[in-house]
Design a protein around this ligand. Structure first.
Ligand code: SAH
Length: 509
């Protein structure tokens, strides 16, 4: 067997938009993904279903996997012919032990590639209004590690010598535990006590927090505002006036925690929109959708594919699962013949269009019932043969309406929807402990699955009680049925309108 390859890949500071194209491409091709704490969990979803995923970071109550073990893991998988992606927060060569891993790979003759990432300091500067260099103010940037035991006699970092530097920006990683010591040493080295300094925690994410002061006041400020790792400490004149260009912390939803329910395909769209406005999004994974093909039904339908007029999709998952199986059988998209495509909404349409197939029918509002109406309105249903791709949740209304419209309908079961076990889920944990400023419901089914999981999501005493937002009258009705207090309703049933209502209501709160 030929040797595989290891890609040492930087995942950037957190914000998904800051992941490189190359990183995304490699993640989606990997056989094995080895990743750390501080890597956005969303990235892991870009893997192929067959990809083996290995978490080697810290977990509550556990230590991280020792470095030698990680290196052995990389080597073993590569020797077995695997394409391994070793994903690290930020940049792999900045305080990430990527250098050590590369040396081991080189020593063992394993082919490897290094993909740089946006390192935390660069991101923290950009997202906190701190330009890291500035004409006449700062002509150098120094990246330092503060992760050292100050009681050790010989520290690797000679803080006093950095305190003597002029026109320099210091960016200190892993320094929160030694903040007081570091700032004192810098001053002992000659740095003026008036030098501006800042701490930026969770840079580039909705949960980013920052404080600014001077080298003499910063430690106290950090204590009172309870900032902690992961954070970058900045020291230098460039911190001054950061307010003027601090675009991120001024976004309308900055500092707000917004929970959404992962039940529908449009969620990533909702998540993106909220994050772009600065929110910290908690995506509660209430349901798990998995492939569950009715083999016999599928084979029967495929055998007669040429006789069908329409194929109807009510979710992007349905589209993905359909093509996965279809292409396994046929390997040629033209085997679809003249089948016409209908779908429930934009997210589903986007998935179909990936195959360069035109969606001929899509309703204005994304419901099964409106989809049936839209299909009937095409005037093409009389004795037409229609495939409806479904999951185990019933699509009775859609099917019944189509049949009443004259169609001969065959349901094709491709996936099942189950309740997610939330007891050990980190996002659910975060929600239980701290709550959220708001929770958004974009469909009745989201409300129902939330209600069904409410016991597993009971909030702690300290948690913020979220304001519940509804996308429209139907969803609101369902919220009333499950006795949920309604915080606000969108003027129009669209994500943008829902977000508009959210911003307005949080402002008023
Ligand atoms: N290779 C990473 C650094 C790993 S060391 C990189 O290039 O960014 C871990 C330290 O990085 C943390 O202790 C913290 O100082 C910093 N860090 C990582 N992500 C961060 C973030 N989103 N915001 C602020 N600091 C971060």
């Amino acid at each position: 067997m030929s040797t595989g390859i290891v890609h040492l890949v930087g995942a950037g500071p957190g914000d998904l938009g800051l992941v490189t194209f190359r990183a995304k491409e490699l993640i989606s091709q990997a056989d094995v993904l080895v990743y750390d704490y501080l890597v956005h969990p969303e990235l892991v979803k870009w893997c192929r279903p067959e990809c083996e995923i290995v978490y080697v970071g810290k977990k509550a109550g556990f230590h991280s996997v020792p470095q030698e073990e990680i290196e052995t893991l990389l080597v073993t998988h590569a020797k077995a012919g695997k394409k391994v992606v070793r994903l690290k927060g930020g940049d792999p060569y900045i305080f990430g032990r990527g250098g050590e891993e590369a040396r081991t790979l080189a020593k063992d003759g394993i082919p490897f590639e290094v993909v740089p990432g946006v390192t935390a300091a660069i991101a923290a500067g950009a997202y906190a209004g701190i330009p890291l260099t500035y004409r006449n103010l700062s002509t150098a940037l120094v990246l330092l590690t503060g992760h050292e035991d100050p009681t050790k006699k010989e520290t690797q970092v000679d803080w006093r010598s950095y305190g003597a530097l002029k026109n320099t920006t210091l960016a200190i990683y892993m320094g929160m535990g030694n903040l007081e010591f570091i700032l004192a040493e810098l001053q002992a080295g000659g740095l003026s006590s008036k030098t501006p300094a800042a701490v930026v925690q969770w840079a580039s994410l909705g949960r980013q927090r920052s404080v600014t002061g001077t080298v003499s006041t910063l430690a106290e400020l950090v204590k009172t505002s309870a900032l902690a790792a992961p954070a970058i400490i900045f020291v230098g004149e460039v911190v001054r006036d950061h307010e003027a260009i601090d675009w991120f912390e001024h976004l309308p939803l900055f500092g707000r925690r917004v929970a959404i329910t992962r039940t529908r395909d449009q969620n990533s769209e909702l998540r993106d929109k909220l994050e772009t406005l600065g929110a910290e999004v908690l995506e509660l994974p209430l349901i798990t959708i998995s492939k569950d093909t009715d083999r016999l039904g599928f084979v029967e339908i495929l055998a007669e594919l040429g006789t069908y007029d329409w194929i109807v999709f009510t979710s992007a998952n349905g589209v993905r699962f359909f093509f996965e199986d279809f292409l396994k059988g046929f390997k040629d998209i033209r085997s679809l013949g003249m089948l016409r495509f209908a779908c429930v909404g934009k997210a589903t349409a986007r998935e179909i269009e990936k195959y360069h197939i035109k969606v001929e029918c899509m309703p204005e509002t994304a419901t099964g019932s409106s989809l049936a109406d839209a299909l009937i309105a095409t005037g093409s249903l009389d004795s037409a043969k229609v495939i409806v791709v479904t999951g185990n949740l019933n699509r009775d209304t859609l099917v019944r309406k189509l049949e009443a419209g004259g169609a001969i309908v065959d349901s094709l079961l491709l996936y099942k929807t189950e309740k997610t076990d939330l007891t050990l889920d980190p996002v659910a944990d975060d929600f239980r402990e701290k709550g959220a400023d708001a929770i958004l419901f974009a469909s009745s089914s989201a409300v129902l699955s939330f209600a069904e999981q409410s016991a597993a999501l009971a909030l702690s005493d300290k948690a913020t009680l979220p304001l519940a937002g509804s996308i429209g009258p139907q969803t609101t009705e369902t919220m009333k049925k499950v006795a949920m207090e309604i915080g606000f309703e969108a003027k129009k049933p669209s994500l943008d309108s829902l977000i508009e209502a959210l911003i307005k209501n949080l402002k008023a709160r």
